[in-house]
Design a protein around this ligand. Structure first.
Ligand code: 13P
Length: 252
């Protein structure tokens, strides 16, 4: 069976006191579930503190971004080894806000994924189409291009450490969720592309998360789809109570 992963992407939210309160509430209600991993991605200044709070409960911490270079004159950037020093073991890469607000392209994202893996960080590699691309019938080609840019640079062993997150950009922060059928269609395509590169055994083992307005009232339905193996959650991950409900999804 594939690992299910429920992950919180806090984006640029929650300061120190809010992080303390979140973990206090989360840990009070959290029970580990067989086959379900939980990841929280706070902002970079709080990674080490989050690791301290979350590790005893088996909850993992992710950075939200990093640079592909190992060190040097890159003011404001953080390298993979620096993320690793905080105790974080995952890093979100290629998020749509990085692509569309900060101008990251497929080549940069591929270099980041490689640098993360070289430093023993597991990338949560995000892909997804814009609304106009979906409306123009280009979802398949957009997602294929984004995947190929990264997958062609990896071997099967590296791929097994990658988590893929499908986040249709039109569903992020908009309250519009892809229907389970719409999401499942793309997830099946994604697994097929992974199969094409690395074979069926690898493809069956890769966790493919869905992201985009996942909430307590739609998580069960989404998680019931065959190829949806987790959720990458923004808004509904900020409150411990709501995030706990997502962790306790019921896939039927
Ligand atoms: P929302 O859950 O707020 O739509 O954000 C999704 C997302 O971008 C997670 O990475």
């Amino acid at each position: 069976m594939r690992e299910n992963i429920i992950a919180a992407n806090w984006k640029m939210n929650h300061r120190a006191s809010e992080l303390e309160q979140f973990f206090q509430q989360l840990l009070a209600g959290y029970k580990e579930r067989e086959g379900v991993s939980v990841i929280v991605a706070p902002t970079a200044p709080y990674l080490a503190r989050a690791v301290e709070l979350a590790s005893p409960a088996g909850i993992k911490i992710a950075a939200q971004n990093m640079h592909f270079e190992a060190s040097g004159a890159f003011t404001g950037e953080i390298s993979a080894s620096m993320v690793r020093d905080t105790g974080a073991r995952y890093v979100i890469l290629g998020h749509s806000e990085r692509r569309h607000v900060f101008g990251e392209n497929d080549e940069m994202i591929a270099r980041k994924v490689k640098a993360a893996l070289e430093n023993k960080l597991q990338p949560i590699f995000c892909i997804g189409e814009l609304l106009e691309q979906r409306e123009a019938g280009k979802t398949e080609s957009v997602v294929t291009t984004q995947l190929n840019a990264v997958l062609t640079t990896l071997n099967a062993e590296e791929m097994l450490d990658v988590v893929v997150a499908y986040e249709p950009v039109w569903a992020i922060g908009t309250g519009k969720t892809a229907t389970p059928a719409q999401a499942e269609e793309v997830h099946r395509l994604v697994r097929g592309i992974i199969r094409g590169h690395f074979g069926d055994e690898v493809a069956q083992r890769i966790t493919i998360q869905y992201g985009g307005s996942v909430k307590p009232d739609n998580v069960d339905e989404l998680m019931s789809a065959e190829n949806i193996d987790g959720a990458l959650v923004g808004g509904a991950s900020l409150k411990a109570e709501s995030f706990l409900r997502l962790i306790n999804f019921n896939a039927g």
